[in-house]
Design a protein around this ligand. Structure first.
Ligand code: NCD
Ligand code: ZN
Length: 346
């Protein structure tokens, strides 16, 4: 490593939305270019609720991936109130389903089939604990009386605490943690409870949602939180604790779906994912901790081998395009028009 480049073991993305069909073909290259593996979320319409559907989706991802890439998608099952234990057993046996995703019903984009009450999913969680299939959680309480900025804290203190207590051997990932309460819960929990952290939650507080006017391309769920929470996430990501690892939650939506009277949640970050993390780590004076967060903690948590090849970032400025062509329309990327300080070179 010289002052102007940073070479690290190839990272993985432990939480990404690759979508399907034309949108999948438009976005998968950006993820495959830098990440060795990615945990692909199952919230398609209809959601991926069976191993057979996951196998078919995996095939579509393989067909859409640039041919020279060695990118390997890791699939997830979408938990519903009725997921049978046999499906969990089949997922564990498949070798390509890495976990099952718990979306509280109504929490986010395409979560209508999600879990309506967490005791409904207890039979599936029992099977997951018994057979060793990790639980990936969108940790937000969805009751309408809960303030949107408190949704994660309320879920962590209630449902998540109960799940971790009732299933003491279940591997659990609190996906896209956004609060100091969430990060503290994970840090204090046993070693098999971890969390992913997105680049947008490391980069911005909620002020960025309203900087000079409403900023739909910074709107995701869980929503950005106040600055003290961002600071706690920076501490968690850069502190060397192996429970915290990279998960972009890159969630592409077409421009017209974001820029509308009811704009949908999700930031597209795959175009500059590692670069965004590098900026956040550099700003925290912790660039030397990026490799462990991006490339070691995730595979270690899941019990998978670390990647053996490397990627290099150059300390070089470039401007994020205003839009990318996608599915005959356009996606506005996160940080559109901004100057980035790191560029992926190999
Ligand atoms: C995700 C999406 O668009 O699929 N949106 C988001 O804001 N993160 C759903 C999710 O991960 O919650
Ligand atoms: Zn997500």
């Amino acid at each position: 490593m010289t002052a102007s480049t940073l070479t690290i073991t190839r990272p993985d993305d432990w939480h990404v939305h690759l979508r399907d069909e034309a949108l999948l073909r438009s976005v998968v290259g950006a993820t495959a270019r830098v990440f060795g593996r990615a945990v692909v979320m199952p919230n398609l319409d209809p959601p991926i609720t069976t191993v057979a559907a996951a196998a078919a989706y995996r095939e579509r991802i393989a067909v859409a991936t640039p041919p020279d890439s060695r990118f390997a998608p890791l699939l997830t099952l979408y938990l519903t109130d009725n997921t049978p234990a046999e499906e969990i057993v089949a997922a564990r046996k498949s070798g390509f389903v890495i976990g099952a995703k718990y979306y509280p019903a109504g929490a986010t984009t395409t979560s209508d089939s999600g879990v309506t009450a967490h005791d409904r999913v207890y039979p599936a969680l029992e099977a997951m604990e018994k057979h060793g299939l990790p639980l990936l959680i969108h940790g937000e309480a969805t009751a309408s009386e809960v303030d949107v900025f408190d949704r994660e804290r309320v879920f962590v203190e209630g449902s998540l605490a109960r799940i971790v207590r009732d299933f003491p051997a279940l591997k659990v990932v609190l996906e896209h943690v956004t609060t100091h309460e969430g990060a503290e819960f994970v840090a204090a929990a046993p070693a098999h409870v971890g969390a992913t952290i997105t680049p947008q939650h490391l980069s911005y507080s909620r002020n960025a949602l309203f900087a000079g006017g409403i900023r739909p391309h910074r709107y995701c769920l869980p929503v950005l939180k106040r600055e003290s929470h961002r600071q706690a996430l920076i501490q968690a990501a850069t502190g060397g604790n192996p429970k915290f690892f990279l998960g972009t939650d890159s969630a592409p939506h077409l421009r017209r779906a974001k820029e509308s009277a009811c704009g949908c949640a999700g930031c597209y970050t795959a175009h500059a994912a590692l670069e965004l993390y590098a900026e956040a780590f550099e700003a925290a004076g912790a660039l030397e901790r990026l490799e462990a967060f991006a490339s070691f903690h995730g595979p270690d948590f899941y019990g998978l081998p670390r990647n053996t090849d490397t990627v290099t970032l150059a300390h070089e400025t470039w401007t994020v395009p205003d839009e990318y062509a996608a599915a005959d329309e356009v996606i506005v990327p996160f940080n559109a028009g901004a100057t980035m300080r790191w560029r992926l070179v190999v």
